[in-house]
Design a protein around this ligand. Structure first.
Ligand SMILES: Nc1ncnc2c1ncn2[C@@H]1O[C@H](COP(=O)(O)OP(=O)(O)OP(=O)(O)O)[C@@H](O)[C@H]1O
Ligand SMILES: [Mg+2]
Length: 279
């Protein structure tokens, strides 16, 4: 769906590339999480995916459309929507449903089609009951879901979310993650989620780790999130489960150190315990 071929990006003011010679393909329907320490190029990568930025070298295509060709810009923006960190900066109207209608109105759709899409989008993010509410009175998680509905109403094939949960409390984060997962799993929308939360990355199909403008790692969550030393070298935390199993292993307890969720972590520890008891 989106293809980067040796893509680099230099900000004119900056001495070194924010992104350097990155090649990767994001498949249709995939849920990709992007992890990386501050300044590692995550937001730059996100902006290359829908042509907000055009690579200074190499090429980015969306369904074969080159983002560097201005004739493709509108179509690319329609296919790849973006959600940012701060919901307050993304909400433009004083009533929830008007806010969600803003995008489809800009597409020049018929009023009935707009009505239909707004209602469907609000149902998708489970905010239909709040359609007549004032956005500024909603919780952070609810506002972010309204912002996502505004994007969904444009019917994109892909949504790119740049740290959408960074400003939310734990329940807001959970609501937004549940929404993102449903959009991907039930509605087949391709998701690129930039996050610094390991638990969020663990839910993806694929995890990409950026560092110093490069892609350092790319694989399944289980493959990537258990590589403790490499994650630490990329200045990232390791999931608590990985860290716990790593320390037990180091202390000589024969646990399998490849779990990234709590259930399999518990299973791994109890299997090791049973093994010890038998001996
Ligand atoms: N508008 C800009 N002008 C100049 N340099 C920039 C600009 N935006 C980002 N950079 C630089 O490009 C590099 C990558 O930045 P980017 O915002 O892509 O990283 P990030 O991984 O999203 O960081 P964060 O975790 O802080 O959001 C950094 O060194 C940053 O200082
Ligand atoms: Mg960023």
């Amino acid at each position: 769906m989106i293809c980067l071929e040796n893509a680099s990006y230099f900000y004119p003011e900056s001495g070194q590339p924010a992104l350097h010679d990155v090649s990767l393909t994001i498949e249709k329907g995939e849920f990709v999480a992007v992890l990386g320490h501050n300044g590692s190029g995550k937001s730059t990568l996100a902006k290359l995916l829908n042509g907000v930025l055009v690579p200074t070298a190499g090429k980015v295509t969306v369904d074969g459309l080159d983002t560097a060709d201005e004739n493709n810009t509108l179509e690319i923006r329609r296919r790849v929507g973006m959600v940012f960190q701060n919901p307050d900066n993304q909400i433009v109207a004083t009533v929830v449903e008007e806010d969600v209608a803003f995008g489809p109105e800009n597409l020049g759709l018929e009023p009935e089609e707009i009505r239909f899409r707004v209602d469907a989008a609000l149902h998708s993010v489970d905010m239909y009951a709040y359609r007549m509410h004032a956005p500024h009175l909603l919780s952070g998680g609810q506002k972010q879901r309204v912002a996502i509905a505004g994007i969904i109403a444009m019917r994109p094939a892909c949504i790119v979310l740049d740290e959408p949960t960074a400003m939310l409390d734990p329940s807001g984060r959970a609501e937004v993650m549940e929404t993102i997962l449903r959009l991907c799993r039930s509605e087949g929308i391709t998701v690129v989620l930039i996050t610094h939360f390991m638990q969020e990355a663990a839910l993806a199909d694929r995890v990409i780790v950026t560092g110093g403008g490069h892609v350092l790692m790319d694989g399944s969550p289980r493959e990537i999130l258990t590589r403790r030393d490499e994650l630490r070298a990329a200045r990232l935390d390791t999931p608590q489960t990985t860290e716990l199993l790593y320390r037990l292993h180091r202390a000589g307890i024969p646990v399998e150190a490849d779990s990234i969720d709590i259930e399999s972590c518990i299973a791994s520890i109890s299997a090791a315990y049973r093994k010890e008891k038998k001996q």
